[in-house]
Design a protein around this ligand. Structure first.
Ligand code: FAD
Ligand code: SIN
Length: 526
């Protein structure tokens, strides 16, 4: 079955939905998502969206904080562009109906997070992402040119490769003509032809055993673009959020927003010591790479599995008013944040690298754009500043919309695309072959490619990945496609990119920390 759309968007998070609203006046828009409409990383965003609103904050201060967090690897031009354009994009979001908290005087109630020198985070209590997702979905539903298809799983981008032409990473001139997608209701693979496509598939937290990301975050877009011979960059920079709620057995891991530390909570070790000032003068509000590594070190020193977050200084009334979701969650497991220390540990949270795009969100594959967490724009460098990702997604979705809508008129559909070839494949007989490899992959990424790495650990990860890759590719060749198998394949592709990038990096920067490198300065806290 073949379908046609002017604009095809893979992903229904902030990047995909905001792009859709902007291109809809230039043609028919089809959004697809492999899950339900709102099951996205966006929905779970807590802290908020960083932007310069009032003095004494300034664009220059936000730029300086972003560059500092990125540890020398941000693209300064992109940082400036995102931060200067950001407030306009947030204005549009507010115009669409997003409700950000205000104080008694009617000014936005700005929160503070790690690495920010000012209060600058716009938020909707501690459920900012859910508010943004709700707003965008409401707008989408009303637009006559936009259709949203759930439970449609993008398998691969269609390029010249599917027309029998040889495509290599160096051949150039690759174009995207649409995608093959598995309809999870009919179990059929559909061919969706598009004139312009946007990859907005989000992150890849599911590479790790402990992650704040929902199950959908399996790096599908990054893997698809890489398989189609597009460029992927900065994959070694996986951000671990310092304060995932330590609650064994629960997956994904519930996040305790950094805004809680911004409101005055303090990290304490097993001796109840406020240990962060030993690692960084900014204490519990240092950038995430520093805090996560310090916690990892404290956990290793104590032999335990977590540290604590002491929220007693915030006051129970303020905590409940600002963080009702976190409050509810804590109570549900028998903790009162006003009086009890909350056990926390780092959890895989954000993919700083991804599909390489230019300032207009163009990938190096023709007619193909990428925005949101799956894209590598140059904003984050070696470590993302808290709450800069929702902002980045809005700015790059907007830029992709401007660029692609100006060109849609000159792009034609291909009429010679073959349908999906499932010849020689049969239904999977043993799901254990897939599920166990996913578990193994998450274990090896967690144990060998986590917050602290070493040459030996990376080599071990690569050796084991090669085995899992060989087994999974052999299975893929003979098996009817399913989300479980395709996600595993994508996770393997993305893990490989992370490990190779980590092995290639010759100095410690931001989120990449290898004890065998020369600038090994692992803070011991002594
Ligand atoms: P997502 O919102 O993740 O959407 C991805 C979409 O792609 C989904 O619809 C998914 O189903 C779809 N998809 C994926 N693969 C396929 C496929 N193969 N076929 C079809 N569809 C597919 N950032 C901030 O700036 N501030 C915060 O306060 C903040 N808090 C966070 C808290 C949590 C718990 C988490 C997990 C993240 C947080 N982040 C925050 C990060 C931020 O939420 C994400 O980076 C951002 O929402 C990503 O948006 P996106 O549109 O790129 O992708
Ligand atoms: C948080 O609320 O701590 C998450 C913010 C982010 O990931 O940007």
């Amino acid at each position: 079955m073949q379908q046609k759309t002017d604009f095809l968007i893979i992903g229904s998070g902030i990047a995909g939905l905001s792009y859709a609203l902007k291109v809809a006046e230039y043609g028919k828009v089809m959004i697809i998502t492999k899950a339900s409409r709102d099951e996205t990383n966006t929905k779970y965003a807590q802290g908020g969206i960083a932007a310069v609103t009032y003095a004494p904050d300034s664009v220059e201060k936000h730029i300086a904080d972003t560059l500092d967090a990125g540890d020398g690897l941000c693209d300064e031009k992109i940082v400036r562009l995102v931060i200067t354009e950001g407030m306009q994009r947030i204005g549009e979001l507010i115009g669409w109906g997003a409700d950000f908290d205000k104080d008694a005087s009617g000014k936005y109630d700005l929160a503070r997070e790690g690495g920010h020198s000012e209060h600058r985070i716009l938020h909707h209590k501690d459920s900012t992402g859910a508010e943004i997702e709700r707003t965008l979905l409401e707008q989408i539903t009303r637009h006559p040119n936009i259709t949203l298809h759930t439970h449609l799983f993008a398998l691969d981008l269609i390029t010249q490769h599917h027309l029998g032409e040889e495509v290599t990473r160096s051949s150039g001139g690759i174009s995207c003509y649409g995608i093959y997608a598995l309809n999870l209701q009919t179990k059929k693979v559909e061919t969706i032809l598009s004139r312009i496509s946007l990859v907005a598939t989000g992150g890849a937290g599911q590479l790790y055993r402990t992650t704040t990301n929902p199950r959908i975050a399996t790096g599908d877009g990054v893997a698809m673009v890489y398989r189609a011979k597009g460029t992927v960059r900065d994959m070694e920079f996986i951000q671990f959020h310092p304060t995932g709620l330590y609650h064994p057995g629960e997956s994904p891991c519930f996040l305790i927003s950094e805004a809680v530390r911004g409101a005055g909570a303090i990290l304490r070790n097993h001796e109840h010591e406020d240990f962060m000032p030993r690692y960084d003068e900014r204490g519990s509000l240092a950038p995430r790479d520093i805090v996560a590594r310090a916690i990892d070190n404290e956990i290793k020193l104590s032999g335990g599995e977590h540290v604590y977050l002491d929220c007693s200084g915030i006051g129970s009334e303020k905590f409940l008013a600002h963080f009702p979701t976190i409050h509810r969650k804590c109570l549900s497991i028998g903790l009162d944040p006003a009086t009890d220390f909350i056990p926390v540990a780092p959890a895989a949270h954000y993919l700083c690298g991804g599909i390489n795009v230019n300032e207009d969100a163009c990938t190096d594959i023709g007619h193909l754009y990428a925005a949101g967490e799956c894209a590598r724009t140059g904003l984050h460098g070696a470590n993302r500043l808290a709450s800069n990702s929702l902002l980045e997604a809005l700015v790059f979705a907007h830029r992709a919309a401007l660029h692609s809508s100006a060109r849609i008129g000159s792009v034609n559909f291909r009429s010679d695309i073959p349908d999906w070839n499932a010849e020689g494949t049969t239904a999977p007989r043993e799901m254990i072959l897939i599920t166990e490899n996913r578990r193994e992959l998450q274990a090896l990424m967690s144990n060998y490619v986590g917050i602290v790495r070493s040459n030996t650990r990376l080599k071990r990860a690569l050796d084991r990945l090669r085995i899992i890759y060989g087994e999974t590719e052999a299975l893929y060749e003979r098996t009817i496609v399913s989300p479980a198998l395709c996600e595993l394949r994508n996770l393997i592709n993305v893990s490989y990119l992370v490990v190779k990038a980590a092995m290639a990096r010759t100095e410690n920067r931001g989120l990449h920390y290898n004890t065998d490198l020369e600038n090994d300065q692992l803070a011991t806290g002594q």
